[in-house]
Design a protein around this ligand. Sequence first.
Ligand SMILES: Cc1ncc(COP(=O)(O)O)c(C=O)c1O
Length: 406
Amino acid sequence: MTNTTTNRTRFEGDLSAPDPIPAEGIEAATRLMQDGRLFRYGEDRGSIPEAAMLEEEFAAYMDMKYCVGLNSGGCALYIALKASGLETGDKVLLNAFTLAPVPGAIDHAGGDAVLVDIDDRFVIDIDDLDRKATASGAKFLMLSYMRGHIPDMDRLMAVCEKHNLIVIEDCAHTMGAGWDGRLTGTFGDVACFSTQTFKHVNSGEGGLLVTNNEDIAARAVLRSGSYMLYAQHRARPDMEVFEKYRASTPNCSMRMSGLVASILRPQLTELDERNRKWRHMYDVLAPMIDTIDHLSMPIRPAKEGFVPSSLQFMISGIDDARTSRFLSEAAAHGVHIKWFGAEVPIGFTSRHDHWAYLNGMGDVPNADAVLHGLCDIRLPLWLSDEDCAVIAAVLREAMTASAEAA
Ligand SMILES: Cc1ncc(COP(=O)(O)O)c(C=O)c1O
């Protein structure tokens, strides 16, 4: 999508446009609306509710025993913390590069976030994790695979074992991604996924929690708001496990609705194909960006099976004023870039120092340096190879123009 009527390249697509729901999902949702059974639990035992089927299918995809559908990824993180035994005032280690709902979930659960630094690949700094785990005495790690970047999981899990950390994986950006052939979401004690519109599958709002731990699973189902209907779950522990927690676990009404599940089920069958497409786009666009002055791509280790629904690059060697000009030149020519270094948070893009309610310990100097230069572009599924070339041309010309305007 390009317009060459001026001497500057312009991208005519809308990078913020979501990907549509597949026809099968629209039909399933329509059938459900005609039927009216939108609530996840049915009184009629004759048919299996959509949410229970989605949970069973997602558990099978992940090769995990238990799965719980929830109303958002943020609620999944909150429930994962509570179901893992977090109590008010407990410390939770958290990599400093993440999105606002993640520290939000820690706060919601009553935890105190302890920020851990990141390295130049935008992932948790494992040495700093080791140090901060010792210094803080924290028993929980919220590991956020922000923007799909995956740390060296062998080294990371060794440090987690050393400190006996309960690991909650935030897989909002890594559905179907892996490390050395093993899916993210299967390394820790419990993992959470988001199905918000800009994630790998889209239901507007939605979350999924997976675990192999029967106690965490039962507590998550109960807290999600299962009333006494939890027998209707299919990817759940045996009924006697629920007896242990039934009276002591509050119902927080964070259930996934049948409507959301009906939209998601057909998308799950497309997930691997979508991820192949995203990987292809990245492989086309990333090398082009890497050749533009002052822009660089992070190194991606061979073991990292990433599934990039967005792309991040670094800006270096120019001042903030020129960065701002580069961003506005690119935007004026159709490419909207998010910048994590902006003083004031814009749209989704806020930074740890914007979350003033965090009072946990944690100096994160490298995160501060990296985020100052970090930029982000969404990769919608419809992007073609030609689109990628146009985007790269817009960025190249915007960088040149930003110098000329100085
Ligand atoms: C890294 C990360 N974790 C968790 C979430 C929470 O997901 P949700 O929006 O479904 O609450 C998001 C949402 O954008 C996210 O970006």
